[in-house]
Design a protein around this ligand. Structure first.
Ligand code: B12
Ligand code: SF4
Ligand code: SF4
Length: 387
């Protein structure tokens, strides 16, 4: 009876703009329990995961009498189609691909709502549904893998045959007992490229990662970024795509199936200096619709300051000095002090004088510490220059 409905869903999903769909049982994800527990105990989690372990493992803890789970994937672009303007005095930063176009949570929620409406219209059963994407209880990659959408690579991501890992995932728990599809086994073979190329060596090698070391996580924290990670983010101010870009399964994959996912240049690759003095209103207007704005403007501004130092944009020094003098947030001032020291040439005595004068005005211990480190750095480079 439900085999026919499943066939109808498969046919309709393409019309709804769902790029891949699969079905699995609502059985517990017990095989993940040990890994989830061990990762938490080792301090390898980010804190962004759903925190109640039992609800991650047992679908019946979050849905009354679940019978199956429908998993969906939507493919997103990996290349910007327009020419990004290049200007040495207006260096640009980048958002990772998962933050291109409109926030994917909205797009997937809409698709799942349409799918639910279609199923309701095509069944006489008292059908119930619980859709989720990213912020739900379940592990999206584990559901997708079991539903046959693809395999989980050494980079921890779900890799599909058609679109590589450049897919967003969502799932719908239901009381309809759809027949499950066949899970896809790991196909990494002897490849270890993602593990080898991950700049902070965050990947453990078996599909798990130390999220605390992952640059994607590091760009999303609200406090100061540890100095170890600052040069590693280069010009990326949100997320990280390296373990996807080096993956052979992503070679040549660049899908443009959803207009809402198309990146706009000024959003996806903003001029870094233009980000430093944004008001809250301007920030919301420019970046509010991106997935990467979910933590607010402070982490992105911190990352933009770090990126300016990384790309060696010396034209940014005046605006950074303004930030040090006027920005009310100590973490932002401290990061700007660090960036100024990174951008100073050996003999920029003027900058040292500015920083020394600012020491007298600064009340915050975090900024005082950054000032001391910056002045020491500049003094050492001057001494080295003269020797
Ligand atoms: C928290 C989180 C993060 C954290 C931690 C990531 C992580 N791997 O744990 C941070 C902020 C670092 C992050 C980064 C990114 N994320 Co994220 N993230 C999540 C979130 C919310 C939960 C992940 C989770 O549960 N981790 C649990 C920890 C403890 O994982 P673990 O025990 O190591 O478990 C892993 C293994 O056990 C393995 N596993 C589980 N079952 C099985 C079964 C088999 C057979 C095998 C081999 C392995 C295996 O996979 C598990 C997850 O990696 C999911 C959405 C969701 N609700 O699932 C999105 C999600 C995983 N993220 C996503 C994306 C796109 C990213 C980024 C690419 C974004 C970017 N460009 O910066 C990076 C990639 C980093 C990476 N290599 O993982 C997508 C992935 C899509 C895909 N194709 O797989 C998801 C699914 C969101 C979505 N709905 O589309 N993310
Ligand atoms: S997203 Fe970047 S930092 Fe995180 S695991 Fe992948 S390559 Fe490493
Ligand atoms: S880069 Fe290699 S090891 Fe990593 S996920 Fe892709 S195929 Fe697997």
């Amino acid at each position: 009876m439900y085999a026919e409905l499943k066939q109808k869903i498969l046919a309709a999903s393409a019309d709804l703009g769902i790029d891949k769909i699969g079905f699995t049982t609502a059985a517990p994800f017990t095989e993940m329990a040990a890994s989830l527990q061990a990762q938490k105990a080792a301090g390898h989690t980010s804190g962004f995961e759903h925190q109640v372990l039992a609800e991650r493992l047992y679908p019946d803890k979050i849905f009354e009498q679940p019978q199956s789970i429908i998993a969906i994937a939507l493919a997103y672009p990996s290349k910007i189609q327009q020419q990004v303007p290049r200007n040495r005095k207006q260096r640009r930063g980048n958002f990772a691909r998962a933050s291109w176009g409109e926030d994917y949570h909205f797009i997937l929620r809409d698709k799942m709502q349409q799918l639910v409406a279609f199923i309701k219209a095509n069944t006489a059963t008292e059908a119930r549904f619980k859709p989720m994407v990213d912020t739900g209880e379940l592990s999206d990659v584990a559901v997708a893998q079991r539903a046959g959408l693809g395999f989980i690579g050494r980079n921890g991501l779900l890799i599909t045959e058609e679109f590589g890992s450049f897919v967003y995932l969502g799932e719908i728990i239901t009381n309809i007992p759809f027949a499950p599809d066949t899970p896809v086994e790991n196909q990494c073979g002897t490849c270890t490229r993602c593990v080898d190329y991950c700049p902070p060596q965050a990947l453990l090698g078996d599909g798990r990662l130390n999220a605390q070391r992952c640059l994607s996580y590091q760009t999303q924290t609200k406090g100061a970024m540890a100095e170890e990670f600052r040069p590693l983010i280069r010009s990326v101010i949100y997320g990280c795509d390296i373990c996807q870009l080096v993956c052979p399964f992503n070679r040549g994959k660049d899908e443009h199936r959803h207009t809402r996912m198309e990146p706009k240049i000024e959003e996806a690759t903003p001029v870094l200096q233009s980000m430093l003095t944004l008001s809250n209103k301007e920030f919301k207007q420019r970046f509010g619709r991106l997935a990467g704005s979910w933590r607010g403007k402070k982490p992105l501004q911190r990352n933009a300051i770090i990126a300016l130092a990384n790309v060696k944009d010396r034209t940014a020094v005046p605006i950074l000095l303004e930030v040090i003098e006027n920005d009310p947030r100590p973490m932002i001032r401290a990061t700007a002090v660090w960036a100024v020291a990174m951008l100073a040439r050996h003999n920029e005595a003027q900058l040292k004088t500015f920083l020394r004068e600012h020491q007298g005005k600064e009340n915050d211990p975090e900024v005082q510490q950054a000032l001391l480190a910056a002045i020491t750095k500049l003094s050492t480079s001057v001494a080295n220059d003269q020797s």
